[in-house]
Design a binder for this molecule. Structure first.
Ligand SMILES: Nc1ncnc2c1ncn2[C@@H]1O[C@H](COP(=O)(O)OP(=O)(O)O)[C@@H](O)[C@H]1O
Ligand SMILES: [Mg+2]
Length: 275
């Protein structure tokens, strides 16, 4: 929790909140971002029911995803020895796979050696992805402007890619004073072109929807890794990491356009709270 003063000299208590993938996915859906259908589950019965529902839709497999506030789940290992925090399994095996995950502690590259307990699983429809990209919007501390970071090569850690192939990372600032107040159409199309998206018009709309999410929920960061394209060229946000800004005393979101507040927030945003 940080105390800051806004332009009207009101004291605000600001929290930076990381949300689970299923919560982030729900928020993004509201703003028109295409996210694979999924059901958040807290019990094995719920996992079974969700995988049966997906079977009814004609799917043979489901994705069972650990919900923890740390990335690198796919390559993580549970303290009980079970490998992988994200599993693609036949619907019939969803329950027994979930039994090895739910209530156990998952250790990933980002969780710290103590790991994090998995108290919820997301059962998602298994998509046929042909291409995995990286897409993020974050608040650039230096300029206090939102910036898009993207790469045609996603899936793995962006830090590793930045080190091995910095030229593969695309960066674009977003002009918050633009009269349309978002990512310009030509910038969105240019990004879709650079990423090699199959349907550039659609991809551009998806990037704009992601910026709407970022702006309207006062995010300091949205990371979609992977932003993935199916074999028939449809783009999906297949993972979601959102860091939201909330104020406590009013319960209202802070105005994103409040530059002064944004700058002060930036200075104080080193300490982060999570739920
Ligand atoms: N709905 C899905 N359908 C198919 N594959 C998926 C789906 N969700 C995730 N994956 C695959 O699992 C990998 C890891 O999942 P992800 O959500 O990115 O977790 P993390 O980044 O924590 O490892 C992704 O890179 C993707 O290849
Ligand atoms: Mg990911």
């Amino acid at each position: 929790m940080n105390d800051i003063t806004n332009n009207n000299n009101q004291r605000l208590h600001v929290r930076y909140l990381n949300v689970h993938e299923y919560q982030g996915a729900d928020i993004m859906r509201k703003f028109g971002v295409r996210v694979p259908d999924s059901i958040a589950c807290k019990t094995l019965d719920e996992v079974q029911k969700a995988s049966e529902q997906m079977k009814c839709l004609g799917d043979d497999e489901v994705v069972v995803k650990s919900q923890i506030l740390a990335g690198g789940r796919g390559l993580g290992t549970f303290k009980n020895g079970f490998k992988g925090g994200v599993h693609i399994v036949k619907n019939e095996l969803a329950r027994e796979t979930a039994a090895k995950m739910l209530g156990n502690v998952l250790v990933t590259k980002q969780s710290g050696p103590e790991g994090k307990p998995v108290n919820a699983l997301l059962v998602a429809r298994k998509m046929k992805f042909a291409k995995e990209m990286y897409f993020a919007i974050l608040l650039d501390r230096k300029s206090a402007k939102p910036m898009i970071i993207a790469s045609a090569e996603g899936g793995t850690s962006i830090e590793d890619l930045a080190e091995s192939n910095p030229e593969k990372i695309i960066k674009k600032y977003i002009d918050v004073n633009d009269k349309n107040g978002g990512i310009k159409r030509e910038d969105a199309l240019d990004l879709a072109e650079k990423l090699g998206c199959a349907d550039k018009e659609d991809a551009a709309k998806q990037f704009q929807a992601l910026y709407e999410t970022f702006k309207k929920t006062d995010c300091t960061m949205i990371e979609v890794n992977p932003m993935a394209e199916t074999t028939d060229g449809v783009l999906y946000a297949a993972d979601a990491k959102l860091n939201l800004t909330i104020t406590r005393n009013t319960g209202k979101k802070i105005s994103f356009r409040n530059e002064t507040l944004l700058k002060r927030t930036r200075e104080k945003s080193k300490r982060r709270n999570t739920i």
